[in-house]
Design a protein around this ligand. Structure first.
Ligand SMILES: NC(=O)c1ccc[n+]([C@@H]2O[C@H](COP(=O)([O-])OP(=O)(O)OC[C@H]3O[C@@H](n4cnc5c(N)ncnc54)[C@H](OP(=O)(O)O)[C@@H]3O)[C@@H](O)[C@H]2O)c1
Length: 495
């Protein structure tokens, strides 16, 4: 159960109605869904969470919720997810599939969803989509969000559509994109199209509208624009960010209409995946401002200003309390998502490093779990950074993704260019590489008792792709020996 101070909806003017029946949250592993589930549970709702793959981490994360595995691209699987459901939230988003695939995947998902919901007698759908004026040219991303709304509405199940622009909160894509641009550019380059207006909304207000809509019958089957207190230009928003971050940098205006170099610059400077950066920046060209404020009368509360939303995001970061982050969700068919346990046999290329320590397993494991992010890799950080830059230049995720939290880890969290594949308290941390490599790689830390001591082992597994993959392994082995031995000693020292 969440602490009340962590909940966004404690002051929501609507009343919980858990008697309506079971609520299905889709996209629960994503940024928005991950924040919605605890709020619903805390308000007494029976919640079913839809995920695309079974994992013990889901049970640990949502002990009060029912978990169902289904994929919106597979209509049959949705039918079991919808059994006995009163209302379902549609928070599915395929942007990470990249520009060529996300639009068709999102439309197919929404068609399957509509049909399965209708067949199962679902009473309501609540969809969080994007703001934008259909009479103006829209980016493929904004167009696709509207297409999803149209598809969902074609069925017999009433759909509530909430349309939001930029969402500001700790871990949100927009917040991290703009924050990194402001922090990392020597001067803040403002393209002419950053003069477009938007109406950013804080993540807490988005969640309040999502929950409030469920609890307000007047919202059934209607569409609402949701926004924060301010309508401002992206330029003004970046100035507020610079001010709050204490970044006293000149803002330089560019009248050039070229989009591509700016997008590449943003991709290089921010940890956000390239397809998302691209889509967000394309969306900046469109004015995204609420066309009506009806929702304010139906679910009355004072939304946050842009400054307040940014400040809250910064405080959450400072308190190491980022509950969900854009990096949580990524496509399951991503070629780098293959798990070590899914391989028929362990990779032949393996190297391990061991040391014995008198320190207890808990302290050693705590030190293991501090690696990466702001803490760095304890030693030879320059080498990890160079690898990260090379990765980003090759179109990979780079090292700048950091971590959701500097003190806690859960399965599926990212640590720079790694992702946590397995975590066994005080025993094992298994990381899967998401860097661009001619092969697949894993890094495993194990702690096990040995006589009176604890044995700390670091094992690197590598499955090469062809001869280039093998050359890579042998070429970097001497460096890995230095780096991994050094890392192990540092972990022991900090344990
Ligand atoms: N974040 C924002 O700034 C923002 C702004 C305005 C509107 N919105 C809207 O809010 C909604 C949620 O956004 P988000 O930022 O939370 O997205 P997100 O973090 O990218 O999460 C997307 C979710 O969709 C799930 N998903 C993707 N394909 C699926 C499929 N075929 N079947 C089932 N689940 C699938 C993912 O599950 P896996 O973990 O299995 O991949 C993940 O849980 C979207 O409709 C978006 O348009 C977001």
């Amino acid at each position: 159960m969440s602490d009340i101070s962590d909940l966004f909806c404690y002051d929501l003017p609507t009343s919980p109605q858990p008697e309506i029946g079971k609520i299905l949250v889709t996209g629960a592993t994503g940024y928005i869904g991950g924040r919605l589930v605890p709020e619903l549970v805390a308000r007494g709702y029976k919640v079913r969470v839809m995920v695309r793959s079974q994992s013990p981490v889901h049970v640990e994360r949502w002990p009060e919720a029912e978990i169902v595995v289904a994929d919106a691209l597979n209509q049959e699987s949705l039918k079991s997810a919808f059994k006995d459901i009163h209302t379902t939230y549609y928070l599915i988003h395929s942007l990470l599939l990249g520009p060529k695939r996300f639009e068709s995947a999102d439309v197919t998902a929404s068609i399957n969803f509509r049909k399965a919901a209708e067949e199962r007698g679902v009473r309501r759908i609540i969809y969080l989509g994007g703001l934008g004026d259909v009479r103006t040219p829209l980016s493929p991303h904004l167009r696709s969000r509207m297409e999803v709304a149209r598809e969902l509405k074609k069925g017999g199940v009433p759909v509530t559509i909430l349309r939001a622009a930029v969402i500001l909160g700790s871990g949100s894509t927009s917040y991290e994109l703009f924050k990194n641009l402001v922090k990392k550019m020597p001067f803040v380059l403002i393209p002419y199209w950053a003069k477009t207006e938007c109406q950013p909304i804080g993540i807490r207000d988005v969640i309040k509208y999502l929950v409030g809509s469920l609890e307000t019958p007047e919202t059934v089957g209607r569409s609402f624009d949701i926004g924060g207190k301010d309508v401002l230009t992206y330029e003004k928003m970046m100035k507020i960010l610079a001010d709050l971050l204490g970044q006293k940098k000149p803002f330089i205006y560019s009248s050039l209409s070229v989009f591509t170099p700016y997008a590449y610059l943003a991709i290089a400077l921010t940890p956000v995946p390239a397809p998302i950066v691209w889509s967000l920046l394309e969306g900046i060209k469109s004015r995204v401002v609420c066309q009506s404020d009806h929702i304010r009368k139906i679910i009355p509360f004072e939304p946050l200003s842009c400054r307040e939303a940014i400040l809250r995001a910064m405080i959450q970061e400072e308190q190491d309390n980022v509950r969900t982050r854009w990096s949580d969700a990524y496509p399951r068919d991503y070629s780098l998502a293959v798990k070590l346990q899914d391989l028929k046999r362990l990779p032949k290329f393996e190297v391990s490093y061991t040391l014995l320590s008198q320190k207890d397993a808990g302290s050693l494991f705590k030190a293991v779990c501090m690696i990466g992010g702001n803490e760095g890799w304890f030693i030879n950080n320059w080498a990890w950074r160079i690898r990260g830059i090379a990765d980003r230049l090759l179109g990979g995720v780079g090292i700048a993704r950091g971590r959701r939290s500097s003190s806690t880890l859960r399965i599926n969290d990212v640590i720079d260019f790694w992702r946590v594949e397995d975590l066994k308290h005080n025993r094992r941390l298994l990381l899967r590489s998401e860097m661009i490599l001619p092969g697949k790689a894993w890094l495993e830390f194990n702690i096990d008792p040995k006589n009176e001591n604890n044995r700390l082992t670091l094992r690197a597994y590598y499955k090469p792709h062809g001869s280039l993959g093998r050359i890579y392994w042998y070429m970097f082995l001497p460096f890995h020996n230095i780096i991994f031995n050094g890392l192990l000693k540092q972990i022991e020292r900090r344990g």
